[in-house]
Design a protein around this ligand. Structure first.
Ligand code: HEM
Length: 190
């Protein structure tokens, strides 16, 4: 099986669980309040701030060399939160890991870039519900169609070997788990 299909197969359950998270259901069915939406974005800002700090060099060098341009989600999230009148958490960053396993990092990036596909559905509802806001974060996948196929091709190139695929799957599952933790922390604020 080609690596990008393997990643999808091996993380399908994690994706279904992420989609089923209560805060995601509220987001999708239009019952998340403006404050709840801002809070969800602020919580995800922490995740992306840490991811981007830990992977700054890798994103700027390796990922760019493979022809993929990283768009800072932390920047988009910070601007969305400010526009919605929310505040960013002040909690300090916890980890300061260097990228030691590039395959795992590709797996993490797969989860992030893939989530923009679901974002295309989510942003349609958000634009109707909160028409005054720009929805930069959930709108990041607006023009993702052809570029997603490019990203899948990159995954197939960099994860050609079986051990790399196994590490990428672990990285992807780890990233899904980080999202789940972020979502769980939001339930009481929905
Ligand atoms: C309400 C929430 C969500 C919905 C409705 C949703 C829906 C979707 C849809 C429609 C696709 C595209 C399937 C395709 O065209 O082949 C997709 C793909 C994907 N989504 Fe989600 N999603 C949601 C949440 C998430 C979250 C929170 C994450 C990450 C933490 C995520 C990660 C992914 C990934 C990695 C893919 C690519 C799957 C592949 O390899 O084809 N999704 N999602």
């Amino acid at each position: 099986m080609v690596p990008h299909r393997l990643l999808r197969e091996q993380t399908r359950d994690a994706h279904d669980a992420a989609e089923a998270a209560p805060v995601m259901r509220h987001l999708l069915d239009g019952t998340l309040s403006r404050a709840g939406y801002a809070g969800l974005l602020a919580a995800q800002w922490v995740l992306f701030r840490d991811f981007e700090r830990d992977h700054a060099q890798w994103l700027a060098d390796t990922v760019a060399r493979h022809g993929w341009t990283w768009r800072s989600r932390a920047d988009l999230l910070a601007r969305d939160v400010a526009e919605l009148g929310g505040t960013l958490p002040t909690e300090a960053a916890v980890s300061s890991r260097h990228v030691v396993d590039e395959s795992a990092s590709w797996g993490m990036l797969y989860v992030i870039e893939g989530s923009a596909l679901g974002g295309q559905l989510i942003v349609r509802g958000l634009r109707q519900r909160f028409p005054d806001a720009a929805h930069r974060f959930y709108g990041v996948g607006d023009d993702q169609g052809s570029s997603w196929r490019c990203f899948q091709q990159i995954l197939d190139d960099v994860l050609a070997e079986e051990p790399a695929q196994a590490r990428a799957i672990r990285g992807a599952r780890h990233m899904f788990a980080r999202f789940q933790t972020t979502f769980q922390d939001r339930i009481s604020h929905a």
